[in-house]
Design a protein around this ligand. Sequence first.
Ligand code: GCV
Length: 675
Amino acid sequence: MKRYLYTGLFLLAAAAPLRAEDGSRLWLRGNATAHARVAAGRQSPTIAIAVSELQAQWQGAAVQLSIVPNKALGDDGFSISGSPQSGVTIAAVAEQGLLYGAYHLLRLQETQSLPPTLSITETPRYALRILNHWDNLDGSVERGYAGRSLWKWGELPDTLSPRYAAYARANASVGVNGTVLNNVNASPQILSPPMLRKVKAIADVLRPYHIRVYLSINFSSPMALGSLETADPLDKAVQRWWGGKVAEIYRLIPDFGGFLVKANSEGLPGPQDYGRTHLDGANMLADALAPHSGIVMWRAFVYSPNDPDRAKQAYQEFMPFDGKFRPNVIIQVKNGPVDFQPREPFSPLFGAMQRTPVMVELQITQEYLGFSNHLAYLGTLFEECLQSDTYARGAGSTVAKATDGSLFAHPLTAIAGVANIGSDVGWCGHPFAQASWYAFGRLAWSHSLPAEAIAREWLRQTFGSDSAFVEPAAAMMMQSREAVVSYMMPLGLHHLFAWGHHYGPEPWCRVPNARPDWLPSYYHKADSAGLGFDRSSTGSHATAQYFTPLREQWDNLETCDERYLLWFHHVPWGYTMKSGRTLWSELCHRYQSGVDSVRAMQQAWDRLQPYVDAERFALVQSRLRTQARDAVWWRDACLLYFQTFSRRPIPYALERPVHDLDELMKVKLEMTHHN
Ligand code: GCV
């Protein structure tokens, strides 16, 4: 079976009712026909952007931008008052508040939700709202499915791609205020003087949009760049080296944000190489950055096998250090305890680490959700994580509240999203993937916004406001991520991906001498008795890392949320599920429902053709066809493989598989630019 990667279109040209669009304008498609009167009491590059955006697009009467001493608004907040007819005032304490206020007002206009009288006050829930780019210095992007890197290192610092400002504008429009330019698998070279001059050139473009630049660093940099013989964080020469390097960065980039660090994870160097700890490493860097008000985002994505269950390892490694980090350290924790699977329970570090700032890392790029071939709106995944109740301080202690400074009073609050942005003309590789970037920004600003409301907002701005379009398209988006869960890994299954890339299924995968926790069988544990990883008290007891009542609920097969059933339990094939079906039968139904959902998305999209420009219509239609084929592939691969253990028939009411297991087991994807 040959699998195609979709780089071109092979569609019959449909009648084009609307102007073709390439997606490059994202959700900022306001037509520059307005000539509003906009006045500002002060001048600055940032205020000039707010003024010109409003002048070009605001269709109402005059707008006044005012700096006011209203401390309650904080640095980024704003208020909007007045009325579109008689004139609007946007007030803020600082210039960036005016910029965010301008974009907010224009969003209300573009989504046709302007009230006759405006009385709005907005402040963000996280102080730092940051994109992480996994972009390498050679222009490739790790887990990137939207072309090459946005950053043209070869032509910087002299040539500035117009995309840098367009990127900054898009981010500012949704409130993103930071970006980590390079991959967490960091090359030490990013800190070399020539590279820092290139970084400075980007920072200069992003600054008026109030986007700070951060860098991922390699812990061995003092050895690779500074010819020291060690990178031991307790070594004085190492500390001096970092102090000097940080000072050099701040001379070039006075508002530099700080470092993101992946250390002692997946083969990268770190303090443990010298018998030191994550605490030693993070605090050493924090001391170097503190004089300049920079921060360290130290990742908790670590899984050295100190426990047979990978899902427990980050908690075990980091909890002993709670309360011991410097105040400018924040621990960056992936949403789930393993690795950005289509569905995971939240990481138990949220809520548990109370005396240290902790930030959520979400993945916007679809490493484990069909790359940019599959339509999977991740607003629902982000919402599910942020609204998960940790019960750390009783009911209502959501992940959002455990990280936004409200439950545990930390002044440093942040959230990160691994970007899905590249050189692709439509930025994200799939027109609907833009929605996940948009949703990240909106939730980082206001984590209680419903994913559905965000989807509607995005659709109105990106395609058009006709409710005959918006409502069915929003419904399609809202079910899209659940569809992926169903056809890939329902009921708490995880990591069934093929070796070498994370696109297709390979639950049977065996690789001699591979780390066991990189193989699907480690996670699904299928045998003749049943399926799933026993993380209950009879198994690895990962449930003990959660608060009551979750630990008891999830520990018990009968009360465990079925979404996480096979995450926490090894369940007999004949076990009776809530539906009354056996586990095996339920599994078959779930896989089929995933396939059915994709077909329903295809139908829904085809019906929307009259409302969509030909170019984006055809692209989405083509991607949905790929997705439909892939969904069948996933269903057949997983069910036929698990059937070798369950030895039960696929329920007769369901579609029959269309592949042979032998044939599927031979599929080897050539994912040259997609892995
Ligand atoms: C940047 C997973 C991904 C890696 C990624 C890593 C991480 O393992 O597959 O590509 O590396 O997570 O988040 O550090």
